[in-house]
Design a binder for this molecule. Sequence first.
Ligand code: PMV
Length: 318
Amino acid sequence: MIWKADAPSNIALIKYMGKSDSNLNISANPSLSYTLKDLRTFVEIHETREECDRWVCLEGAGLDPNFSLSEKGKIKFLNHLRRIKNRFEFRGTFEIRSNNSFPSDCGLASSASSFAALTLCAVRALQSLTGLTLSENEIVELSRMGSGSSCRSFFSPWSIWDEAGARAAEVGVSRLSHMVVVVDDRVKSVSSSEAHTRVASSLLFGNRAERARQRLPRLMKALQSSDWTQAHEIIWAEFWDMHALFETADPAFGYMSPDSLHVLRCVRDLWNDEKDGPLVTMDAGPNVHLLFREDQMSLRRELQTRLKGTFQIWESQA
Ligand code: PMV
């Protein structure tokens, strides 16, 4: 038997950073994300008679021919598969194949889509092999234990994750297009898992959850009332807040590079000149993520002209 599933990635505008329970991946603060439906991970599960589960690259049209997982990445992925098998008390073994619909060398994190797709696929396989059925809520919670941000990938186009769990958020804005200015596509030296732990040492971390809690309803209100400028200002402050936690941790670390700052400056100049621009955010990495409304095609072109083709740009119609 072969089971298949796929899931999208998401970009957080109010960030999940810091955990109140690191074993269960419970976030210290609420977060809000936009689902990137064209950035997907595809997973296939095959039953085997081997001693252990194993991971191999999934091949196929539209998938990344150069995709591979690091040793650490494979272990994290297979550990999550084991967690799901334990939930079903299943002792058999699987070969698990996965790949992304976006290139792995373009600086885009795939943890959210990978863990959501793996969870969906493994649950599908194990439900049919054991006859046990999980609720949607339990599937989302299982996925969260593999990678926190993956629990937001189950809802579209907006997802909120707070004390009550992850669910769809009513924001009113949809059909945004996503662009990433890739200033550096190398694997980061501090993983997001490590960042979650290290931010707790920053003196700014004390009020961090409160700041995110205040921004989240203000952002939703701004988006619901189409106050794009206000939404941009909240999102801008929010990613700087997260990056300030990194730089004020003990020991300090960071992802921002001179090129990231250059791109951010270009976007800010565009906003100042045009009194309009994209929503802009950065994850735990040096690349700059932008979200444009459908009517902002000419602004998108203008920004590309200003960036003078210096950086690789990954665009998708979200
Ligand atoms: O799901 P994780 O453990 O890879 O954490 C991701 C955290 C950020 O991407 C930096 C922010 C977020 O909310 O997605």
